[in-house]
Design a protein around this ligand. Sequence first.
Ligand SMILES: Cc1cc2nc3c(=O)[nH]c(=O)nc-3n(C[C@H](O)[C@H](O)[C@H](O)COP(=O)(O)OP(=O)(O)OC[C@H]3O[C@@H](n4cnc5c(N)ncnc54)[C@H](O)[C@@H]3O)c2cc1C
Length: 502
Amino acid sequence: MADDTFDLIVVGSGGGALTGAALAAKAGLSVVVLEKTDRCGGTSAYSGGACWLPGSAVQQRAGNADSTESAREYLGHLLEAPDKDRVEAFLAHAPELVAELEADPGFEFEWLPFPEYFDAPGRVPMGRSIQPVKIRRDALPEAAAALVRPPVEQDRAGLAGRRTLTGGQALIGRLLALVFRDGGTVRTGHRVAGLLTDGGRVTGVVATVDGASVELHARRGVLLASGGFEGEQSLRTRSGVPGQAAWTMAPAGTNTGEPIQAARSLGADTALLDQGWFCPGPLQPDGRGSFALGVRSGLIVDATGVRYANECLPYDRFGREMAADPSRRVPSWFVFDGREGGRLPAIAMPEGDEAEHLAAGTWVRAGTIGELAAAMGVDGPALAATVDRFNGFAADGVDPDFGRDRDEYDTFFTGGPTLVPLDTPPFTAARFVLSDLGTKGGLVTDAHGRVLRPDGSVIDGLYASGNASASVVGAVYPAPGVPLGTAMVFASLAVRHLSGNV
Ligand SMILES: Cc1cc2nc3c(=O)[nH]c(=O)nc-3n(C[C@H](O)[C@H](O)[C@H](O)COP(=O)(O)OP(=O)(O)OC[C@H]3O[C@@H](n4cnc5c(N)ncnc54)[C@H](O)[C@@H]3O)c2cc1C
């Protein structure tokens, strides 16, 4: 059917998917975006919208010290066994992509101060991430505005989004507007679970729509930008991804990995399958996890009442500390005092309701550290010793155990010292599990985003980006905005390639 044949089929509707769709539509290709849920944006819509796209005019305009060379140096110190072709393709194309998007009056970025996650050569003070400028919902075409998945707090509560779209909301809203403006088609409720082939070339997809199976055909290619498999426990277990599907930040019902499986059944290679973008996650009364960063006071202990890391570490690094000893550290306890009126002294998305936490036992509260330890089921003298030692560090302004307060990232969210004494009752302990922003192992791709077989040969017509692909940064989370920045760049490179524009 003519209606179901397009130049490009994009599977998924996150930041990478919609970047690819918008650029392809602008280039005059016929494009369809297939999204399995009834809203667009996936985890990208929940995100802060930080994009690590080094070397662009946006950082220059802001007087930021960024450059492609320093980004290369930074990655060079962090990445283990990188695919140099992909890294170079990313570095070369990031500024081009920003210029291409900003050439459109519908798109504008701004620099976002947000320190990079490692003190390594090439790091830029206050980071080099950029974000799409916020936009009012009513400035978007109605069709686009209606499709943007709300922020996580509202989405989980079944509420509508905000009037002004910021961060990931602005990214998804702006990109959707470009897709519609340039004649792209967006179909929600399309769950893609199979790929069509002709003589070894991928020529379309099979999707389930309202329980029925439909085929859609692609003249030039299929881009799998359908997220990872964080929402599918059996795949997580088989692949050895720490944490649980119940604790992931991906929106309910989104990323369960069937497009990755479909590509595997065609012989696609996979890598990094046990990897994710991790974070400490305050356990919610409904059993789900959430995303915490920016600790302002308090400390985190394991099941024996002992600290094991700098609580102010970038979230993926703290998550990896948890994953290093799950039997003791998952769950951990975030112990904090009453100085913020009983609220969690950190940014938590969502934080949850204090009374509901206390009723559910995801938080416990007491007037003394000894009573708190009893409520936590943790050895009282051990917790008391941890708190005493920490309070000594707070008095000295130095944490000889884990170096908290030393890095610009540690103090970024407090604007001052983070070694704050734990001495103001009541004392609260919140259960923290190991959450994630998505898995990041998946299909092996080349510098054009083409999906490869284990022998390095290309599966013609099949491209992947974002968490559906094995990340170009491997097991490391170098800086804010790397998930989105890399997803957007490789989606754009895929579109260039399938357009014959390379
Ligand atoms: C609170 C929060 C803040 C974050 N902040 C940032 C940030 O500032 N910068 C950054 O870079 N990263 C950030 N992240 C991480 C980042 O959002 C994700 O890692 C990234 O957006 C993943 O992009 P993706 O396109 O691969 O997947 P997603 O954005 O999750 O999109 C995948 C989409 O594909 C759809 N889909 C899945 N399977 C199918 C199928 N079979 N058929 C059709 N559709 C399918 C899903 O429903 C979903 O809509 C944040 C994450 C969270 C939770």
